[in-house]
Design a protein around this ligand. Structure first.
Ligand SMILES: NC(=O)c1ccc[n+]([C@@H]2O[C@H](COP(=O)([O-])OP(=O)(O)OC[C@H]3O[C@@H](n4cnc5c(N)ncnc54)[C@H](O)[C@@H]3O)[C@@H](O)[C@H]2O)c1
Length: 379
């Protein structure tokens, strides 16, 4: 991959200014004050679905220019990194155009609407030699890195089980309208948030090779748009439960659920080993629970995030003051900028996100066929 380290600034083109667009923009703003970077990001162009929306987004988020034409953003010579935060079905055409223009591509999850599309994007990026990064930001949490260190160092013995869940309540009201999240192609709880717990499972334990899943639609229909009395059937899952077998032979279970009343951000796991266990929930993202004691000393103890868990110390020199969701995006953007400068890898890249999408698709197929299926390993 090409090195870009001779430049002192890097031009950012951001597509979309919704929930994630704001999060990306704020991360590009904050990162230089927190990390020692070889280059400073400059917010050059913001694109949205209309000129009016782009103008408003650029003004609010501090971009020099605004456009309703994302292709013009990609073609702009001032743009070095294209950040894609548009709905999922637009990721492929936007990413392929950015790759063809030789730009670094920072794309939100899920990478695309199908595994085949995600693979097309992966191959195009690898052939062009451009840096890619996908927004599985929860993996940037230093508590996650600590959990992986503990597992890989054998501190909880041989791994015997994984239980993972991503449960939120944002679709628990049957009157919440359709959006790109319920698109028949590529939508559903499993693609939207199940992709996060799959990426986490892969990060901690390794590849998932077999799945047996049940994808369920709880609410038969939803309003076609906010405020409408017209309703349209829902054809995607509201909740998926899956048994999974990892490459190591470890058996696990995963749940993706966007209708989980009472839960706001239970992206959580428990990893069990022969001598201990680790447990985490994003609802308490500054804590990792570790059990290693024996006999009368058995039981979980809480490890609280602090400067010993890099890069926490870049945000705050004192333990217990806590990182937040947006800080994970800043860490992700710091990793992206370093990869852009050096031409190095930025994990999770398109290839890893394609593997996640393959796992999503294997679960959907398993549910339809009502049997265990292998996650296709072919590339
Ligand atoms: N990593 C995470 O934690 C996380 C969280 C939420 C969403 N996401 C992902 O981010 C992406 C966007 O989700 P969101 O919640 O920000 O959605 P959103 O609806 O809030 O924002 C989408 C933005 O894209 C814009 N857009 C739509 N069509 C466009 C077009 N043709 N050209 C340019 N802009 C266009 C919309 O106007 C809007 O500004 C999705 O892929 C989603 O899965 C990731």
């Amino acid at each position: 991959m090409a090195q870009n380290s001779s430049k002192t600034s890097v031009g950012i083109g951001l597509i979309g200014s919704g929930f994630m667009g704001r999060c990306h923009a704020n991360a590009f703003t904050a990162v230089a004050g927190l990390f020692d970077l070889p280059m400073t990001p400059v917010k050059q162009v913001l694109a949205d679905h209309s000129q009016e929306a782009a103008n408003a987004g650029a003004r609010a988020l501090g971009f020099a220019q605004a456009t309703a034409d994302w292709e013009a953003l990609i073609a702009d010579k001032a743009v070095d990194i294209v950040a894609i935060t548009a709905p999922n079905a637009l990721h492929e055409p936007m990413a392929l155009a950015a790759i063809a223009a030789g730009k670094t591509v920072y794309c939100e999850k899920p990478l695309s609407t199908t595994a085949a599309s995600a693979l097309t994007m992966t191959k195009a990026a690898e052939e062009a030699g451009v840096v890619t990064c996908v927004g599985f930001n929860f993996l940037r949490n230093p508590m996650l890195r600590l959990a992986r260190e503990i597992i890989q160092a054998g501190e909880i013995g041989e791994i015997t089980g994984f239980r993972g869940r991503h449960a939120e309540n944002y679709m628990s009201d049957p009157d919440t309208p359709h959006s790109f999240r319920t698109d028949p192609e590529g939508g559903g709880a499993l693609a939207d948030i199940g992709s996060h717990i799959i990426s986490m499972a892969r990060f901690l334990i390794g590849p998932i090779v077999e799945v047996s899943a049940d994808c369920q639609t709880i609410f038969a229909d939803r309003p076609v748009r906010a405020g409408s009395t017209q309703r349209r059937p829902v054809v995607v899952d509201d909740v998926t439960h899956a048994l999974v077998r990892f490459d190591s032979g470890v058996l696990g279970s995963l749940e993706a659920n966007w209708a989980a009343t009472g839960r706001t951000m239970d992206l959580s796991f428990e990893v069990t080993g022969t001598r201990g266990a680790v447990a985490f929930s994003q609802e308490r993202m500054n804590e990792l629970h570790l059990h290693t004691g024996q006999g009368g000393r058995a039981g979980y103890r809480r490890i609280e995030a602090g400067p010993d868990h890099e890069p926490y110390g870049r945000f705050c020199p004192a333990a217990g003051h806590h990182l937040g969701f947006n800080d994970l995006k800043i860490i992700e953007v710091a990793d992206l900028l370093m990869a852009h400068a050096t031409g190095g890898a930025c994990s999770p890249d398109f290839r890893e996100a394609w593997r996640v999408q393959q796992t999503v698709e294997a679960m959907q197929a398993s549910s339809q066929e009502r049997r265990w299926l292998s996650v296709d390993k072919a590339s």
